[in-house]
Write a protein that binds this ligand. Structure first.
Ligand code: AMP
Length: 208
């Protein structure tokens, strides 16, 4: 099963991808996570990525494609995978079409901009295990500490209000056209529903 998760930043792609990954036993691959790891490593490439991510801009297609190719060549992707945050442009989708990775279904998580702003401005994440929290909606048991691995939670550098607004503009201009591009494979999900309902809807939709 080869899946793509589409949706605005903050739609809940990462959380849902993690749940569907566990249910189907296929890896969830987040290009955003791979990029953040490269930035954390302090490599030259990482520094270049940071220039884009800090401003809420997309990293150039050829650089992201190279990272993704490397990740998809790993043995754990042989039986399938979930792409979370890729493709983000029509050019990236065309790359996938040219490659040998046939995509089965595309899940589109629908949320409006107001909800995105509320979610992202309160988002916290675990830099170690990548678990995601929210200061109001999904609090950790101990404030500021990851429930799973006890690491101190952090705020993403791009989760500040100006960058969030810019990321939304970039989403509408460059990524939203992908919904039409994939219309024949699309499984729409109402992103405002409860997490368990969304998980069930996706699993049911994939079986239909
Ligand atoms: P995300 O964690 O998916 O919100 O991604 C964080 C940031 O990484 C984005 O704002 C972009 O700067 C960059 N990024 C992630 N995935 C892609 C992609 N497929 N194409 C270009 N830039 C990306």
């Amino acid at each position: 099963m080869k899946l793509i998760f589409l949706g605005a930043p903050g739609a809940g792609k990462g959380t849902l991808a993690a749940r569907i990954s566990a249910a189907l036993a296929i890896p969830a691959i987040s290009t955003g996570d791979i990029i953040r790891e490269a930035i954390k490593s302090g490599s030259e490439l990482g520094l270049e990525f940071k220039r884009y991510t800090d401003q809420g801009m997309l990293v150039p297609d050829q650089l992201v494609v190279a990272l993704l190719e490397e990740r998809l060549a790993q043995p754990d992707c042989a039986e399938g995978f979930i792409l979370d945050g890729f493709p983000r442009t029509i050019e990236q989708a065309e790359y996938l079409d040219r490659s040998s990775f046939g995509i089965d279904r595309v899940i589109n998580i629908e949320v409006d901009d107001e909800l995105v702003i509320a979610r992202l401005s309160g988002r916290r994440f675990c830099p170690n295990c990548k678990a995601i929290y929210h200061i109001v909606n999904t609090k950790p048991q101990v404030e500021g500490v990851c429930d799973h691995c006890k690491t101190a939670l952090a705020i993403r550098a791009d989760d500040n209000i100006d960058t969030i607004k810019h990321r939304l503009e970039v989403y509408h201009a460059q990524s939203e056209p992908l919904v039409r591009y994939y219309k024949d494979k699309l499984l729409p999900v109402d992103g405002t529903r409860e997490l368990e309902e969304k998980v069930q809807q996706i699993l049911d939709g994939l079986q239909a």
